[in-house]
Design a binder for this molecule. Structure first.
Ligand code: SF4
Ligand code: SF4
Length: 214
């Protein structure tokens, strides 16, 4: 399971860095390495690009897991080079940006857009598997999330447009509810298709969502 990211355009990155001439770059050894958006290779490529923009790169690092507490240790190790920079360019997912902001006084500029939580289906192809809706129905949909797999996000499906297992919105894609039907059938649990999911209460947990261990 990975945080799936995409690199912002160089124009967007240049705009984000416009207030600073000196930059420190942080990549991540986990998700953004797997998605090739913020691993070692991309960090070194970014360094070259920034130098072409006439930025001075005071240093760079690839933190093993940018979103965890060990980030504090990596930051400390590179304290001098970070202090020499006006800002930090984060080639991490939004969680990494959040974590870096916790430990740094310097501004943190994201180089990536965080798209979704997904799995690598085939090499280099990532598929969204959960939209973190807070009211999980996977137990009744044979493990296939209708919120992110159905084009309309229907938790009671299918809609009237499904045709020979394909989706009416995109005929190249399988209908999520046909996939759910097939898997439930294989499990001998087709009756689950009849379970009605009541309308969702999107106000139940206002943002920012917080949970506490009890
Ligand atoms: S229903 Fe889908 S989006 Fe909601 S929590 Fe479950 S897997 Fe995630
Ligand atoms: S055809 Fe299937 S996947 Fe497409 S919108 Fe309708 S229920 Fe969802």
């Amino acid at each position: 399971m990975k945080s799936i990211t995409r690199q912002k355009s160089l124009e967007q990155i240049e705009r984000g860095l416009s207030d600073w001439a000196r930059v420190f770059i942080v990549g991540c050894g986990t998700c953004t390495t797997a998605t090739m958006t913020g691993g070692l290779e991309q960090v070194l490529e970014m360094k070259e690009q920034l130098e072409k923009m006439d930025k001075w790169v005071s240093g760079w690092t690839v933190i093993p897991v940018a979103c965890d507490e060990m980030t504090a240790v990596s930051i400390e190790e590179h304290g001098r080079a970070i202090a020499d920079a006006g800002c930090v360019l984060a080639m991490t997912c939004a969680l990494g940006v959040h974590r870096l902001n916790q430990y740094l006084e310097r501004p943190v500029v994201p180089a990536l857009d965080t798209l979704f939580i997904g799995v690598e289906e085939t090499p280099g192809c990532f598929r969204e598997v959960c939209g973190q809706c807070g009211e999980c129905v996977l137990g009744e949909t044979a493990g296939i999330c209708p919120v992110v797999t159905c084009h309309k996000g229907l938790v009671n499906g299918p809609c009237g447009g499904t045709n020979r297992g394909k989706c009416e919105v995109d005929k190249e894609r399988d209908c999520a509810w046909s996939l759910i039907y097939a898997r439930l059938k294989a499990q001998g649990r087709l009756q689950a298709m009849r379970n009605y999911q009541p309308p969702r209460n999107h106000h139940r947990m206002p943002r920012p969502r917080v949970t506490r261990l009890v």
